[in-house]
Write a protein that binds this ligand. Structure first.
Ligand code: FAD
Length: 97
């Protein structure tokens, strides 16, 4: 879980660095959004499982994270669309000359 979280952070910081440097970051931002939101879903599920039945209870924060995570996958450009953005950028950047 910590490894996924750290990887998501680093992808996000890489995209932000490029943007701060005045570069376009469609590819990097798409990768960061895709990876981070899928990581959020997986981490939230793992957290619910670790808590057992308590993970299903509204008394604990993990229940909220598990409800919120799917929105990250669908909102702000669904992850299917992010995959389309990523592949278009890859083809564009690595076009055979
Ligand atoms: C709780 C919640 C809050 C939201 N808040 C906001 C908000 O604040 N602002 C805002 O603008 N929007 C918001 N949305 C809308 C969200 O961005 C859209 O739901 C999302 O863009 C998908 O659009 P759609 O629901 O019309 O699904 P559709 O476009 O009908 O897509 C349905 C499915 O088909 C897939 N799909 C569609 N086209 C393609 C394609 N070309 N290739 C591959 N797969 C494809 C999609 O990825 C999706 O899985 C919110 C949604 C939810 C659930």
């Amino acid at each position: 879980m910590a490894t996924r979280l750290q990887a998501a952070r680093l992808l996000t910081l890489d995209a932000a660095d490029r943007l701060d440097g005045g570069e376009r970051c469609d590819l990097e931002a798409g990768m960061a959004k895709l990876f981070a939101s899928e990581a959020a879903m997986r981490i939230a599920l793992d957290a619910v499982r670790i808590h057992g039945a308590a993970g299903y209870s509204t008394e604990f924060d993990v229940e909220r994270y598990f409800r919120d995570a799917p929105l990250m996958i669908v909102g702000e450009g669904t992850n299917e669309i992010q995959r389309n953005v990523i592949v278009r950028q890859l083809i564009d950047r690595h076009r055979l000359r």
